[in-house]
Design a protein around this ligand. Structure first.
Ligand SMILES: [Zn+2]
Length: 321
């Protein structure tokens, strides 16, 4: 069983103007719930985009669906004046939105609504304490947290959606829980624009990669409530160091080309190479890029900006279950 403090260290915070969303990890109560057969009626899911295998769970509101569709249309239309040998093309394979769409499609399978509880959608019981602090959640990669639990507990956990049960046997099953801030950003009802929202999706999707796999030793660590040595599996956040704007918070990348670095790569390319983006899109992209960069260690950030860092490893090699 993973204890709450450890789980919280998986916390996935994405902050834009001090926003934070955690990875949705909650303390798992040591109570084995038998798989529910047949799965509970969860309502019919809807395909997000005809060209993708991403499904929008019945728990999503009409507004959330509308925003998600808008965000993928935005991605689909993007064109960049990218360098072939640059990081962006190396990571996403193309210099247009199609590479970003494929990246997301490979890593996000299901998107669920903000009010969906872990207990109601997974075949295990979790202590679903309230979201911590004053953080505003935009989105959370809950699938990776649950998958790590399946490794830690050496048992299968199913996710219920579209009136079926889906085994969470790979982090790329990709279950993203939207936060309320995805559609309503602040008390005055304002929304983030599509650049900010899509940056969050790019960030969250990276948590679905178990880059470099897990050793037997890592699995043992997980089983005893500790984090794996390979923090690139799930691209887990680390506590930001002293002097950082997010000092003391689990809101920084622990390894190269983590989730914040992916957010930077997207936003930075958008701010510098987008063909046909509006001024407000470019401005937002610049803010996201700066914020993302501030969550990397200084040496890595410098190397990325200078183009002398190794190319990103976009693979995922989770242990077979
Ligand atoms: Zn994250």
């Amino acid at each position: 069983m993973l204890s709450c403090p450890n789980i919280k260290r998986f916390a996935c915070t994405f902050s834009l103007l001090f926003l934070a969303g955690n990875l949705g990890c909650k303390r798992i109560v040591d109570k084995v719930a038998a798989p529910q057969l047949p799965p509970p009626q969860t309502g019919q899911a809807e395909q997000l985009n005809p060209t993708l295998n991403i499904s929008m769970d019945a728990s999503l509101s009409a507004k959330e669906r509308e925003f998600l569709k808008e965000d993928f249309r935005f991605l689909q239309g993007l064109r960049f004046d990218s360098k072939i040998e640059g990081y962006f093309v190396k990571a996403f394979s193309t210099s247009d939105g199609s590479g970003l769409m494929k990246y997301l499609d490979d890593r996000i399978g299901h998107i669920i609504g903000p009010d969906t509880t872990v207990d109601s959608r997974f075949s295990y019981t979790a202590d679903t304490g309230s979201d911590s602090g004053k953080a505003v959640t935009i989105a959370t990669n809950i699938g990776t947290a649950v998958w790590l639990e399946t490794v830690a507990q050496r048992r299968n956990i199913s996710f219920f959606t579209n009136n079926t049960a889906i085994p969470v046997n790979d982090p790329r099953v990709g279950i993203i829980k939207l936060g309320k801030a995805y559609t309503v950003f602040d008390d005055s009802g304002r929304s983030l624009n599509t650049v900010a929202r899509t940056s969050v999706l790019i960030h969250e999707a990276r948590h679905s990669d178990c880059t470099g796999g897990l050793t037997d030793r890592d699995v043992t660590f997980l089983a005893t409530g500790q984090l794996p040595e390979n923090r690139s599996c799930g691209h887990l956040h680390v506590i930001c160091p002293s002097g950082n704007d997010y000092e003391g918070l689990p809101a920084c990348d622990g390894k190269v080309w983590g989730a914040y670095a992916m957010g930077w790569l997207f936003a930075n390319e958008l701010s510098q190479k987008c063909q046909g983006c509006s001024e407000s899109m470019l401005q937002t992209a610049m803010i996201v890029a700066m914020d993302s960069l501030s969550r990397l260690d200084k040496e890595t950030a410098r190397a990325m900006k200078a183009g002398v860092l190794e190319y990103p490893d976009m693979s995922s090699n989770p242990p077979k279950q």
